[in-house]
Design a protein around this ligand. Structure first.
Ligand code: GA4
Length: 327
């Protein structure tokens, strides 16, 4: 997946906002250090020279554009999102709302082929575009977690990527569409998607040229992420935070809709393990000096907890080894 680059960008800070950029084509041992550093500091980085062909990205983007330009009654045929399918304004089952519409799909090819019947007038084109995109971004996600494992000197280098590659993986794909804002005089920016961290292992995000994404730094500062349609943004999810015993931290993020003259479309691949997988710190990450911060739980268990709370609530606290309710 990783292509050689002629102009080696290495890891550098994007001037305005300090977000790290990692060139996935640099030499491996250097690369794994850069990935770890970015994931420790921000839980977030921009990945360049990722090797995913533009054509794979644009085919899915075009399918998204076609779908979201349909009439609301046509789009509703692909919903409601419970949790999969077409959703409009409602996020999750607990009354969270956002100024967006979306498609949420399980990455299982059978489920995609089934869903595509109500999503597209040409279901084969739609499912091919989705499957090709998932295959490509799954490789990016696996590459990143392998680099993390290498950098942390985890003996089984593929321990995490094996979960993502498992045929029973519970990974999902989400395409969000934030329609343009009507008035450019709107003073209060509307919340597109409220603050949260992703529950899964890793998220690979791509958006069009419209901004709005913000990430929260460890000091609690919200910083805007300049959009880049050619590159991917990588986010550490809660499950990877647990597997690394808190060394890598999941990133809190949100999408604000101020003055969007054009609609924002983003596509996220959420890399997850199978439902029955146990999530716990990798043995290498636990020692007498650094005991496990979390109790073991299955991914199904964690998802259930995630879906039982509203967006902004931290679900990881429920699984801390020394949670006050467990004493
Ligand atoms: C955030 C990341 C993914 O978009 C998602 C979201 C899910 C949903 O929209 O159904 C959740 C949200 C996300 C976290 C908390 C729960 C679940 C909405 C919500 C209130 C698909 C996911 O896996 O978790």
């Amino acid at each position: 997946m990783v292509v050689p680059s002629s102009n080696s960008m290495r890891s550098k800070k994007t001037n305005a906002v300090g977000i790290p950029t990692v060139d996935l084509s640099v030499e491996r041992s250097e690369l794994s250090e850069l990935v770890i550093k970015a994931c420790e500091q921000y839980g977030f980085f921009k990945a360049v020279n990722h090797g995913v062909p533009e054509e794979v990205i644009s085919r899915l983007e075009n399918e998204g554009i076609k779908f979201f330009s349909k009439s609301i009654s046509e789009k509703r045929q692909a919903g409601p999102a419970t949790p999969f399918g077409y959703g409009c304004r409602n996020i999750g089952p607990n009354g969270d709302m956002g100024d967006l519409e979306y498609l949420l799909l399980h990455t299982n090819p059978l489920s995609i082929s089934d869903r595509s019947q109500t999503i597209s007038n040409n279901p084969t084109d739609f499912s091919c575009a989705v499957n090709d995109y998932i295959e490509a971004v799954r490789e990016v996600a696996c590459e990143v977690v392998d680099l993390v494992a290498e950098g942390l000197r985890v003996p089984d280098k593929y321990a995490v990527s094996k979960l993502i590659r498992n045929v029973q993986s519970d990974s999902v794909l989400r395409i969000n569409h934030y329609p343009p804002t009507m008035s450019s005089f709107k003073r209060d920016p509307a919340m597109g998607f409220g603050e949260h961290s992703d529950p899964q292992i890793l998220t690979i995000l791509r958006s069009n040229e419209v901004g709005g994404l913000q990430i929260c730094t460890r000091d609690g500062l919200w910083i805007p992420v300049a959009p880049d349609p050619h590159e991917f943004f990588v986010m550490v999810g809660d499950a990877l935070q647990v597997m690394t015993n808190g060394r890598l931290r999941s990133v809190r993020h949100r999408v604000m809709r101020n003055n969007m003259r054009k609609g924002r479309m983003s596509m996220m691949y959420f890399a997850a393990p199978p439902l029955s997988s146990w999530i716990m710190p990798l043995p290498k990450m636990v020692s007498a000096e650094k005991p496990s911060e979390y109790r073991p739980f299955t991914w199904a268990h964690y998802k259930q907890a995630a879906y039982s709370l509203r967006l902004g609530h931290s679900r990881l606290d429920l699984f801390r080894a020394h949670h006050p309710l467990l004493l």
